[in-house]
Design a protein around this ligand. Structure first.
Ligand code: C5P
Length: 216
């Protein structure tokens, strides 16, 4: 079977990681959640007294471990759950707007996709990280639906939130991600848009698997 890369981009909480994980499992591909990498750097940034990004990145040790999804280690410590908390979500778009942070992570992500066989989700995957990906998806959903889904997620994780607050936070984060100077969130010209509003995880996964089968 031919090896391909699949890029899945879109705004916050559109269902990218849930679906990307399922697509990767079905096709025996490696799943990479790049948002978790920006979140890991945000945690390191918040913990550090030195707020210089260049210096922070010199010593950073982020590792991704495939585990029925992806676990994230920062200097050997498992921070998979920690990076979903509110302080990280509130600060991640600022950290992700820094040129030094983006160059560092894009380089790392490009190394991971060099041998193909990767399903990668994020904001700039189809436009910047893997512009030659064989399949590019741009996943969207209404703010209401995204806030409701995130609320259920948060409840399961024991993170406090309200749907109203989540709607505001999601819209604000999208705005920051879409208007930043370097690699803003935007749909690649050759990406296929899928609106997941009112669609089940299974439906959307099936649509992407069908699109992928045409490339394999
Ligand atoms: O996907 P997730 O919501 O966890 O991403 C967290 C944040 O990381 C985004 O809001 C965005 O600021 C940043 N990000 C990015 N580029 C990516 C992935 C995530 O700028 N490829």
């Amino acid at each position: 079977m031919k090896k391909i890369n699949i890029a899945i981009d879109g705004p916050a909480a559109a269902g990218k990681s849930t679906i990307a994980k399922k697509v990767a499992a079905a096709l025996d591909m490696v799943y990479v959640d790049t948002g978790a990498m920006y979140r890991a750097i945000t945690l390191a940034y918040l913990k550090s007294d030195d707020k210089d990004f260049e210096r922070l990145l010199q010593d950073i040790d982020i590792r991704l471990v495939a585990d029925n999804g992806q676990r994230v280690l920062l200097s050997g410590e498992d921070i998979t759950e920690r990076i979903r908390e509110n302080d990280i979500t509130e600060n991640v778009s600022y950290v992700a707007s820094q040129g030094a942070v983006r160059s560092f992570l894009v380089e790392l992500q490009q190394q991971m996709t060099r041998d193909k066989g990767v399903v990668m989700d994020g904001r700039d995957i189809g436009t910047t990280v893997i512009p030659d990906a064989e399949l590019k998806i741009y996943m969207v959903a209404s703010v209401e639906e995204r806030a409701n889904r995130r609320q259920l997620d948060n409840e399961a994780r024991g993170i406090e939130s309200t749907v109203e607050q989540l709607k505001e936070d999601i819209a604000h984060r999208d705005h920051l991600d879409m208007t930043r100077e370097i690699s803003p969130l935007t749909q690649a010209g050759d990406a296929i848009e899928i609106d997941t509003t009112g669609r089940s995880i299974e439906d959307v996964t099936a649509i992407i698997l069908k699109l992928a089968s045409d490339k394999l």
